[in-house]
Design a protein around this ligand. Structure first.
Ligand code: GSH
Length: 320
């Protein structure tokens, strides 16, 4: 039995959940409290989720790609990494690169979208059980939103999305990937691998970001993802996807026009690192005092992010 410490909506967690299911390993999920993570403090490894504890071997390990490599090496049946050494290294590099770029950028833009459109979703994600679910009630979840939103904004730097050119970096990364998948069907070689699980899972938050979900050059990529979700029995929509969709249907609009991208052609982005040993992360410490700075950043993001309203039209991949 494998214990999976998780935040159920995390795209890195979904990547590992998918790998466990694919390998048909027995596992049980343990939801952690994101603010304290006390459930996993007893393990001597980096305190991020996903984290697995393999009861059979006693091994505890965090970081989604090393977790998948551990699972494949310990339980070789239903392999997720290619057997050929060159393809194996290629898949491994894809995984580390996507963890360090797409995963981080998609997280920033997914939360940004929730803050702009339905910030009271945050307490339903982060505090479903705190004080018996008190903060998920209608008035309190509106009051909790700025506090959670300010904390997340500083922790993941949503207020710097524009300066850090997050939209541009993602666009220049994803368009060639979409072309490659149209041609080859898989990221590495001629069969499904952990690299495909990584891409399809880490792409998930972008399904609520209209700039990407409606991007003409990315439709084949989301169709590819949707097809994999269906073939592998993954959840069609996470809670935050359902909540933002309901809100958009009620309002008839969504925040979809990234004003600064309108007329300026996307300049070449700096090249990606050639060879990675480990995945990079971008979690920044937040104290009670920096929270005070987070509130103006949150309010600016919520109301003046430079991302205008457009009419709501469901993304095409939902129909396929
Ligand atoms: N590179 C890591 C990234 C994991 C990560 O950043 N997880 C986030 C949740 S999406 C986390 O643990 N956040 C805890 C925190 O912010 O304290 C992986 O692939 O597992």
């Amino acid at each position: 039995m494998i214990e999976l410490y998780k935040l159920h909506w995390s795209h890195y967690v979904e990547k590992v959940r998918w790998a466990l299911d694919f390998k048909q390993l027995p596992w049980r999920g343990i939801d952690i409290v994101a603010f304290t993570k006390k459930e996993m403090q007893r393990f001597n490894c980096t305190q991020t989720v996903p984290l697995i504890h393999d009861i059979a071997t006693g091994v505890a390990i965090s970081d989604s790609s090393p977790i998948i490599r551990y699972l494949d090496e310990t339980y070789p049946e239903h392999a997720l990494l290619p057997g050929d050494p060159l393809e194996r290294e290629e898949a491994w590099q894809w995984m580390l690169r996507l963890d360090s770029t797409l995963g981080l950028h998609a997280r920033r833009l997914g939360y940004t979208q929730l803050i702009m459109e339905c910030p009271d979703t945050l307490s339903r994600l982060f505090m479903p059980k705190v004080a018996g679910g008190l903060f998920t009630r209608p008035v309190l979840r509106v009051l909790a939103a700025p506090v959670l939103g300010a904390m997340l904004t500083l922790r993941f730097r949503f207020h710097r999305n524009r300066e850090d050119r997050v939209y541009e970096a993602l666009e220049s990364q994803l368009v060639p990937i979409a072309v490659q998948l149209e041609r080859d069907g898989f990221l590495v070689g001629a069969r499904f691998s952990a690299a495909d699980i990584t891409l399809a899972s880490l792409l998930r938050p972008l399904r609520i970001v209209p700039h990407f979900a409606d991007h003409p050059q990315l439709q084949s990529l989301f169709a590819w993802q949707e097809r994999l979700f269906r073939e592998h029995g993954r959840d069609g929509a996470f809670l935050y996807e359902e909540l933002i969709k309901a809100q958009r249907e009620r309002r008839g609009s969504m925040r979809g026009k990234v004003s600064w991208l309108r007329s300026v052609p996307t300049a070449a982005m700096p090249g990606e690192p050639a060879h990675l040993q480990v995945a990079h992360n971008d979690i920044h410490p937040v104290s009670r005092w920096t929270l005070l700075l987070g509130l103006p950043a949150y309010l600016k993001l919520r109301w003046f992010a430079g991302i205008g309203k457009v009419r709501y039209v469901p993304a095409a991949f939902h129909a396929g």
